[in-house]
Design a binder for this molecule. Sequence first.
Ligand code: UT7
Length: 336
Amino acid sequence: MYNSKITGLGYYVPDNVVTNDDLSKVMDTDDAWIQERTGIQERRHVVKGEGDTTTTMGVKAAKIAIERAGIDKDDIDFIVFATLSPDYYFPGPGVLVQRDLGIKTVGALDVRNQCSGFVYGISVADQYIKSGMYKNILVIGSELHSHGLDMSTRGRGVSVIFGDGAGAAVLSREEDTNKGILSTHLHSEGQHAEELSLIAPGMGKRWVTDILEDADPNDESYFPYMNGQFVFKNAVVRFSEVIMEGLNKNKLSPTDIDLLVPHQANLRISQFIQKKFGLGDNQVFNNIMKYGNTTAASIPIALTEAWESGKVNSGDLVVLAAFGSGFTWGSAIIKW
Ligand code: UT7
């Protein structure tokens, strides 16, 4: 048995900054509401027609992660790509990354676990490395939300929150089993699947042809829906549970945490968790203020920024935790 460790991190966000004031020009919202309820000050949106997609952003983040890992793209044994906003309905972006990075014909797996996608992704990668099957795995989380949001006042409860961007990590074999990813913990509760969802187009209820045939200007089925307060209430409970589960599994306590990198869902959620676990400001990393909620990309972007700013050092106990649509949630306990 081996462990896996994160040997390279990278992120990419589009240049186009969209402030709360920018949004208030196209919908009935305001900077004070958004900051008070979410902590978000601005986010990035890909400018339509300027070329960036979920895949290209993922590729840009991946190139940085691979370089920092000190390996060649040909050393990558497997690709895991987490997103809820793929370039195509099928195939998923994993194979597009294999193509665009010119990686040999390794396996490429697409993960559909929304805000928990990156944690699910590194959990999968960790198992492959632990078993000895693969040595280096590229895990990407990338999202292009902005093209699919309802930017009218009708969609304001969702659209002000989400942003575009990508993050990537290289996981590599670690011989010392006291180092690297110590454990991962994954959960789901499908009874709440529709509480945060995008149901059309889908084969289950409404396909593209149904949407076109209806041509209903009041059709909201192809915009994301979120029962915000219900999601919030579940998030704070599940975040806490899954962090505790990970700590208990490793006989650790909250005081052992050097850095918690929570999925950037809402600054209020991060602050609730911080208070609950008695953590100081320097023990929780947040960047939702700058990027909004980038779903599967949020943890790898935040982890990369934390690492770049010297907040992640050898020997540190780093905890990743996520909650989102599905509902799905998970954590990873890492000895850096
Ligand atoms: O990443 C996946 C997990 N996601 C989450 O964890 C998100 C969890 N939920 C949340 O973060 C919060 O529920 C939101 C930030 C989405 C919403 O905050 P809230 O405090 O739950 O607001 P609300 O939905 O209860 O809406 C309160 C009021 C409503 O007006 P009335 O009915 O009280 O008159 C909304 O229409 O705020 C109104 N509102 C807005 N006003 C200005 C909703 N969105 C906006 C907006 N600007 N953008």
